[in-house]
Design a protein around this ligand. Structure first.
Ligand code: 5GP
Ligand code: MN
Length: 328
């Protein structure tokens, strides 16, 4: 990993740039979305021309953050950006269709908390100890003397609550709570945000979750739980793949499960895998071994095989992780 630049350096680069494009990762989650929208709003408040570029659909529970049309599907909205920033990601495989656009920036920057990020940008702040990219942005905004408002606070809260599993996961620290406590001063409405993101499930999603969980395979006395989201199930329920993200947490919540894997049939020969660890397992090892990445307790990869072959491959990697722990 490259050495980090300072918050002051990033702040100065931002102040000196006029046209700025933001690049959250594919399969945009609460942290990528909340962080990008917060940053985009801050930049516009500073008088910058700023947009967020994406390459896939935003899940319904996050669209409420995009009221002011920060996200654009027009990749050419700014032709010669002064600055491009990848947010909550730091590898080109995390923004594959926008790579060229990212490197068209006169200056490139990365704000991220994934240890597997390689620091491809000119200026990088990658802090694996941060629970969410939203925490890093909070510190950057303080350094920049930003006027926080309700919208910025709601966005940063979304980032932090979603990446900490609503303050349950082991990445949660007193800093996560301190930041959120401070955000209330600027009008954070945690109840409204929580209802939008957690209590807004479609009936199609709930039906899908039931079918997917019913097919769970348990391995090694229930230490590993693997479930499949097949195209057949989605066709039956009418649910979109991007609505299935939370099923992996439900799998992990089963008593005795140490590793949960959700295997998703993207297409006939493309399978996405979401991995979660509970107490001791480091799921990023299996993800990295298969060309992916992420964190110790939440990682993922894409396997260019059909869903059944991919499931066997991931199962073997996960067994190795449990065995590795038991041998140590
Ligand atoms: P999720 O299962 O929610 O898609 O991803 C869990 C974590 O792993 C997230 O932090 C995500 O950014 C990371 N992740 C998921 N898939 C990949 C991948 O293919 N490559 C890398 N580097 N990280 C991934
Ligand atoms: Mn994140």
């Amino acid at each position: 990993m490259k050495k980090n630049n300072s918050y002051t350096e990033l702040s100065n680069i931002i102040k000196n740039s006029k046209k700025i494009l933001l690049f959250p990762h594919i399969n945009i989650d609460g942290d990528a979305m909340g962080s990008s929208v917060a940053l985009c709003r801050v930049l516009r408040n500073m008088g910058k021309e700023a947009y967020i570029l994406v390459e896939d659909e935003i899940s319904d529970n996050l669209t409420f953050l995009n009221d002011d049309k920060y996200i654009t599907e027009n990749q050419d909205i700014i032709s010669n950006p002064d600055l491009t920033i990848c947010v909550d990601c730091g590898e080109i495989s995390r923004f594959p269709k926008r790579t060229e656009k990212f490197f068209s920036g006169k200056v490139t920057m990365c704000v991220d908390h994934h240890g597997t990020s390689d620091g491809t940008a000119d200026y990088n702040i990658v802090e694996p100890e941060a629970a969410a990219t939203g925490e890093i942005l909070y510190r950057l905004f303080k350094e920049m003397d930003v006027d926080f408002d309700k919208e910025i606070s709601n966005c940063l809260f979304t980032a932090i609550t979603m990446d900490t599993g609503n303050f349950q996961y082991s990445n949660t620290t007193f800093i996560s709570h301190q930041i959120v406590a401070d955000l209330y001063k600027y009008g954070l409405d945690s109840n409204v945000v929580s209802i939008n993101i957690y209590e807004n499930n479609s009936w199609e999603k709930i039906q899908t979750e039931a079918l997917v969980l019913a097919g769970t395979e348990f391995v090694l006395d229930g230490k590993i739980a693997i479930a499949k989201v097949t195209a057949k199930i989605l066709k039956k329920t009418g649910c979109k793949m991007n609505e299935t993200e939370s099923i992996v947490s439900t799998l992990r919540s089963i008593g005795g499960v140490e590793i949960a894997a959700l295997v998703k049939e993207d297409s006939k020969n493309n399978t996405r895998v979401s991995l979660r660890g509970k107490n001791y397992a480091d799921v990023s090892i299996a993800a990295v071994a298969l060309g992916g990445g992420g964190h110790v307790k939440a990682a993922g990869c894409t396997i260019e095989k059909n869903i059944d072959e991919a499931t066997e491959i991931i199962k073997n990697e996960l067994i190795k992780e449990i065995v590795r722990y038991n041998e140590n």
